[in-house]
Design a protein around this ligand. Structure first.
Ligand SMILES: [Zn+2]
Ligand SMILES: [Zn+2]
Length: 173
């Protein structure tokens, strides 16, 4: 007996262990069945472990529900704020894109060759709205003086621009 720690347990210990064991593995549902007349609240107290487990679950599910609610709220909250963040990011990316296009073209109009125009624009060869993945692609941008840029869009509109339009435009000048 003394050689095995596991065998020193008194009957009380064994009983306690057995109960703990049951408590750990019995579902709340089973416990409720055992004492049919007891309320759910009381049932949780039947086995100490079960009670704790039950409470833990209750707290967990409450927390989950709360998180879900908060998630909904924070989602709505973010829904109002994300577009602003995206706008800020997009305008920053667009500014960087524009700078890169100007730098590559040495601020000269690709169409008329003007190098001393008052204003230049970075034009999207494939237009901004229809080709979102080309929005910040330097290869999709060309420097045009303001006059050429206005004239280009007067002829071809803004909604479905492409490279052949630009080539035609340049040829026509
Ligand atoms: Zn343009
Ligand atoms: Zn020009």
């Amino acid at each position: 007996m003394t050689f095995y720690k596991g065998q020193i347990f008194t009957e009380e210990h064994r009983k306690h262990l057995r109960e703990s064991h049951i408590g750990l593995h019995c579902s709340v549902k089973t416990e409720i069945k055992k004492g049919g007349h007891l309320s759910t609240k009381t049932e949780f107290k039947v086995g100490h472990k079960v009670g704790m487990t039950g409470k833990k679950h209750a707290i967990e599910s409450k927390a989950k529900m709360r998180l879900a609610q908060l998630g909904e709220k924070s989602h709505m909250w973010r829904g109002g704020i994300t577009p602003i963040n995206e706008l800020v990011r997009a305008s920053r990316d667009l500014r960087m894109w524009r700078e890169s296009v100007y730098k590559r073209d040495d601020k000269s109009c690709l169409a008329c060759g003007n190098v001393s125009a008052k204003r230049y624009n970075a034009h999207h060869i494939y237009n901004f709205s229809r080709f979102p993945n080309l929005r910040f692609d330097v290869n999709n941008g060309v420097t045009l003086c303001k006059d050429c840029h206005s004239e280009f869009h007067k002829r071809y509109g803004f909604s479905s621009n492409n490279r052949s339009q630009l080539n035609d435009f340049i040829k026509s000048l």
